[in-house]
Structure formats: structure tokens, C-alpha cells
Design a protein around this ligand. Structure first.
Ligand code: FAD
Length: 382
């Protein structure tokens, strides 16, 4: 086994960290307070190639594999203080571009991918509904065929990027059978289509610089050419994009945890109480040692998913394990980071309180921790 990164990966990693520090980190506290999306920063990510990591060069992307994409996302998470912006980028990459790349027709790829990789257009995906979250395949949004068109009716909620999106992958019910039984179908819906209403941005605990909203679909008419994949193929698309998201988005979180660790080490060295650095107190140093251990363990789990995907193997179980571990580790380390910083950890000026708020969503989106445990149980025969 070789755990080392290639020269290209190492170089790209340091370029991304440098880029993020220079272009994405000014005014984060204000944007977080005002729930503001940094469109300029997002477009700069496009120029840097970050919006087309795993998209082939023919569509303007970099054509990277999963491990290289993870390294890039880890670098973004490490370098960028604006984790909401990083979340917008990840949503675009894994839950919009990858499904189009893996399941779209040539025409769909040509229409959407080149614009998504530059940031000219923004995408997202919509599965969750007010009454179906974890039980995603119980969705009520229906698509009914009408000649060569489909008419979509329903409502979606908690949709990342919806207020800024040009296109959303809308998952609908098109049959009686649930999930992989063939009752779910995905459509590419442009948000300016008649009948699509985007609600006002939701007020969130964290990731406030990534806009989220409800989406209502009222008699939305789309041609069959906007169907993504085949009729009844929605569950497979959803499962495939979740593998990408549960690995690469969480690599981004791992990067944030690395920055958090460095800040804690620095603080524990500098801050003196009872005549010595607080890092000399075992209670503090052990907390930091645990933070380091979580990063190392999370990275092994994530990179194993990357290796499986780059070897064209399925990684449903491993992605669920990695997602579960990294998200819970992120929340725990964020709590530890606040504790290490004492009262300063509670203040907006220090990054720790924002990181804690940002981390909490990670145990909810991409399937809650309970759902990951259900997936793991199922895959090991329970
Ligand atoms: C920041 C953020 C961004 C999001 N972005 C998107 C997006 O872009 N697109 C999208 O479609 N959705 C998005 N979501 C929605 C997210 O996927 C759902 O919130 C998540 O799947 C949980 O669904 P729910 O909120 O309805 O909770 P519920 O499913 O109602 O769950 C409530 C509680 O019950 C538990 N529970 C439910 N079922 C089971 C079970 N079978 N076994 C054990 N426990 C169970 C859950 O673990 C949880 O603790 C986002 C959510 C957040 C927080």
C-alpha cells in the first residue's frame, strides 16, 4: 500500500490552499452574519478549476479521479474559512455535475456541464420534501407523462443552492413501486421554467453563506429530453451521487478539521493560565490528540472510498462508514475546539463558534447518522 500523494496532487493541493486564502477569506464573518453568498469567490473557484474536478476535459473540467478530487476538496476545506461557499461548490460538483456526467445524454452533458464547470450556471439537487426526508423514496412530488412532455407537481425543502440555482435535478415519483423498484425518476429542471417557485432563503444555524430554500413545482412542464437517466432510474442516480457526496464533501470537512486542529495547537501553546501554556495541561493536550486521531482515521476511511471508486468498484458501505465517522468527528472536534478556546471560543471573532455551527449540518445532510448506521447494518447482513 502506498499512502503518498503524487507530485501533481501535492502541487494542486498547495495551489488550492494558497488560492483559498487569498481569494475566499475576506469578510467571512460579515457574510455569515448577513447570510450572503460570495458569487465572486464562486466564480474564482471556477477559474481555479475547482468547479470541474471530476468532469472530463472535453466539457471543460480537469478529469480527475476520486482520490485527486478528495485531495482538492480537503485543500479547499483547509484553506477556505467560508465553509458555506465550499458547501455550494460541493453541491454543484457531486449532486449536479456527477449525475449529469454519469447518467445524462450527450445533449444534456453538452448543454449543462461546460457552464457548470465555469460557474456560469449554478446547480443543485432536490430530493427532500416536507414529509419525506430520511424516507426519501416516499416522496409525493409526481411526474405524469403528457404526450412527449412530463408534468411535475410537488414541493421540495432544504434545497441547497435553490435561491441561486439555474438548474435543479428534481427527483419525482413516477410509479407505484418505491426506490430501486422503479418508481423514482429524475428530471433536469431549469429554475426559470413556468411553475417553478423558489421560496425565500431559509434561516439556518450554520453554513449561512450557502443559500437554501423550498422549491414548489406547480404544473411544471418539461420535455422528455429533460429526463435524467431512464424512467424509474432515479434511485440509482441518487445512490450514485450519494457515494460521491459522502466521500468528497466530507473530505472538504476533513480539511476544515485540519485548520481547526492547527488553530487549537497554536492557541494552546500561546494561551497561559496558572503560569504555563494551557497545552501543558493533559486535559487540553489529550483533547487535541483526539482531534488529530480523528483526522487521521477519517482520512483513511475517505481515501479507501476514493480507491474503490477509482478502481471502478462500488463503495456504498464504505462511503456510509466514512460519512458517519467524519461527520460525527467534525462535530466532536468542533466542540473540543470551542472548549480549548474557552470564552474566546464562543465569540464570533474567533472561528471556532462558526465552525461548530457549520459542522452540525454534516450529521444531517447526505443522510443522517442514523440512516448511515441503517445502511451499514443492512450491508453486513442485519
Ligand atoms: C444544511 C442542509 C442542506 C441540505 N441540502 C439538501 C439538498 O440540497 N437537497 C435535498 O434534497 N435535501 C437537502 N437536505 C435535507 C437532508 O437531506 C434531510 O434533512 C435529511 O435527509 C433528513 O431528513 P429530515 O430532515 O426530514 O429528517 P427526518 O427524516 O424526519 O429524521 C428525523 C430524525 O429521525 C431519525 N430517523 C428517521 N428515519 C429513521 C430510521 N429509519 N431509523 C433511525 N432513525 C431514523 C433521523 O435520523 C433524525 O434523527 C439538507 C439538509 C441540511 C441540514
Amino acid at each position: 500500500m502506498d499512502f503518498s500523494l503524487t507530485e501533481e496532487q501535492t502541487l494542486f493541493r498547495s495551489q488550492i490552499v494558497e488560492f483559498a486564502r487569498q481569494r475566499l477569506n475576506t469578510g467571512v464573518i460579515e457574510r455569515d452574519t448577513n447570510h450572503e453568498f460570495d458569487r465572486e469567490g464562486f466564480l474564482a473557484c471556477g477559474e481555479m478549476g475547482l468547479l470541474g474536478l471530476a468532469v472530463p476535459e472535453q466539457y471543460g473540467g480537469l478529469g480527475l479521479g476520486c482520490i485527486s478530487s478528495m485531495v482538492a476538496m480537503e485543500a479547499l476545506g483547509y484553506g477556505a474559512d467560508d465553509q458555506g461557499l465550499a458547501f455550494v461548490v460541493n453541491t454543484q460538483l457531486w449532486t449536479c455535475e456527477m449525475p449529469i456526467l454519469n447518467f445524462g445524454t450527450d445533449a444534456q452533458k453538452e448543454e449543462y456541464l461546460p457552464k457548470l464547470v465555469t460557474g456560469e450556471i449554478i446547480g443543485g439537487h432536490a430530493t427532500t420534501e416536507p414529509n419525506s426526508g430520511s424516507d426519501a423514496f416516499a416522496m409525493q412530488t409526481k411526474a405524469v407523462q403528457d404526450g412527449d412532455d412530463w408534468i411535475i407537481n410537488g414541493s421540495k425543502t432544504f434545497i441547497t443552492n435553490a435561491p441561486i440555482a439555474d438548474v435543479l435535478i428534481i427527483f419525482t415519483s413516477t410509479g407505484e413501486t418505491r426506490g430501486f423498484g422503479g418508481g423514482i425518476t429524475a428530471f433536469l429542471v431549469n429554475t426559470d421554467t413556468e411553475g417553478v417557485t423558489i421560496g425565500k432563503p431559509l434561516d439556518k444555524m450554520g453554513l449561512r453563506t450557502s443559500p437554501t430554500a423550498e422549491v414548489t413545482l406547480e404544473d411544471v412542464r418539461v420535455p422528455s429530453s429533460q429526463m435524467l437517466g431512464k424512467k424509474g432510474g432515479g434511485a440509482a442516480i441518487f445512490s450514485s451521487e450519494m457515494e460521491w457526496e459522502r466521500s468528497c464533501l466530507f473530505a472538504c470537512h476533513l480539511g476544515a478539521m485540519e485548520r481547526q486542529l492547527e488553530k487549537c495547537i497554536e492557541y494552546a501553546r500561546d494561551r497561559k493560565q496558572f503560569g504555563q501554556s494551557i497545552g501543558k495541561f493533559q486535559a487540553v493536550s489529550h483533547r487535541i490528540a483526539n482531534m488529530k486521531m480523528r483526522i487521521e482515521m477519517g482520512r483513511q476511511m475517505l481515501y479507501k472510498v476514493g480507491w474503490l471508486k477509482d478502481s471502478k468498484k462500488r463503495a456504498v458501505l464504505e462511503a456510509a462508514i466514512a460519512k458517519l465517522y467524519v461527520s460525527e468527528a467534525y462535530v466532536q472536534s468542533s466542540l473540543d475546539a470551542v472548549a480549548i478556546h474557552g470564552g474566546y471560543g464562543f465569540m464570533a471573532e474567533y472561528e471556532m463558534e462558526r465552525m461548530l455551527r457549520d459542522s452540525v449540518g454534516s450529521v444531517l445532510y447526505s443522510g443522517t447518522s442514523d440512516i448511515q448506521r441503517n445502511i451499514i447494518s443492512r450491508w453486513i447482513g442485519l
